[in-house]
Write a protein that binds this ligand. Structure first.
Ligand SMILES: [Zn+2]
Length: 341
């Protein structure tokens, strides 16, 4: 066991003691795309105690260029990312406990999770700003640090939010340009992923080995194509009146009533519908019905997929349905009700 981590424990700020601490920590990783797979592999190799990965998507061919844990087999089988990532990570380090959740992150699901499980760190690897704002409020409410990471094109950005110390994401929203494009609209090159992952993992290692004082506390952004690197002091942007971290905080992003059930997935011709069904969807039963209606259904134990009128419909075990090939919510809903209603 010690041989495995010998090069890391030789690094004096970590040492044997830091390694021991690391082995007791639980990281909640939100998103298992490019940033998620990079962060997961590094932390699992480093020997964290437990990693929970939440992701709502399945592996597609366009992911393989930069999402380092996935193979052609995963794309061919449309394996959910969390499941494929867990299988690969367990081969890399069997000492780490890895939990895969094929699910959408909502304010409610995230809050229930951190109430039940002790989470040492929230790691952002989502491309969804609404989810980041939910993470931000959970982080403030439960005093758990989180590490923001984003990348698109050749541009990347990272910031570590330490509750009670640094400004939070809500404080920065109106003052710092945080970008809006996603890689589905302008593309992305893989080295920028590696650079953001490096910044996130370094910060995670500091936090998880008892070296919080070494955390960066500045917002970094870089463009690897244009050769820009900026480290911005944002400490003065902490706002006393902030609704998420200020004195009279209300955690606006945890208001369950604000959560929409239908979401247009950013930058993609896809709509997600999340019905309020409990106990999940009976995929075997659904498959029988669809086959009887003449559909060519593909799938695995986690999802079913079939095509209809130039749309691809993917039904997940947790109840969600993705409708690819449209941005029209009404059209998506009518397809949903025709096949699942
Ligand atoms: Zn704030």
């Amino acid at each position: 066991m010690m041989e495995r981590y010998s090069r890391q424990t030789l690094f004096s700020p970590i040492g044997e003691n830091g390694q021991k601490l690391l082995g007791q920590k639980h990281v909640l990783l939100i998103g298992a795309g490019a940033l998620g797979t990079g962060n997961a592999e590094a932390l699992v190799r480093a020997g964290i105690g437990r990693l929970t990965i939440v992701d709502r998507d399945y592996v597609e061919w366009s992911n393989l260029q930069r999402q380092q844990l996935y193979s052609e087999e995963d794309a061919r089988g449309k394996l959910p990312k969390a499941i494929a990532a867990k299988a690969r990570l367990e081969k890399i380090n069997s000492e780490v406990e890895i939990v895969a959740l094929v699910d959408d992150v909502t304010a409610e699901s995230l809050e229930n999770f951190v109430k039940e499980e002790h989470v040492s760190l929230l790691l952002d690897a989502t491309d969804n700003f609404d989810i980041r704002l939910i993470m931000n409020d959970i982080s403030q409410k439960y005093g758990i640090p989180w590490i923001y990471g984003a990348c698109v094109g050749s541009y990347g950005l990272s910031f570590t939010v330490l509750p009670g110390e640094t400004p939070c994401l809500q404080c920065l929203l109106n003052t710092v340009p945080l970008g809006g494009a996603t890689c589905d609209t302008v593309g992305i090159i893989s080295p920028v992923v590696g650079m953001v992952v490096a910044h996130q993992v370094a910060e995670a290692l500091k936090l998880l080995t008892g070296n919080t004082e070494a955390c960066r506390r500045k917002l970094v952004s870089f463009d690897l194509w244009k050769n820009h690197y900026v480290s911005m002091d944002v400490s003065k942007m902490k706002q006393a009146g902030c609704k998420s971290c200020g004195e009279n905080r209300t955690y606006p992003n945890l208001d369950f009533e604000n959560q929409t059930k239908t979401a247009v997935l950013c930058g993609r011709d896809s709509i997600q519908i999340r019905p309020s069904i409990t106990g999940g969807r009976d995929l075997a039963g659904l498959k029988r019905v669809l086959v009887e209606r003449g559909m060519a259904v593909e799938g695995n134990p986690y999802l079913l997929s079939f095509e209809i009128e130039n749309h691809r419909l993917v039904a997940f075990k947790d109840g969600r349905v993705l409708i690819h090939g449209t941005k029209d919510v009404q059209a998506a809903k009518s397809l949903y009700y025709r096949y699942f209603g």
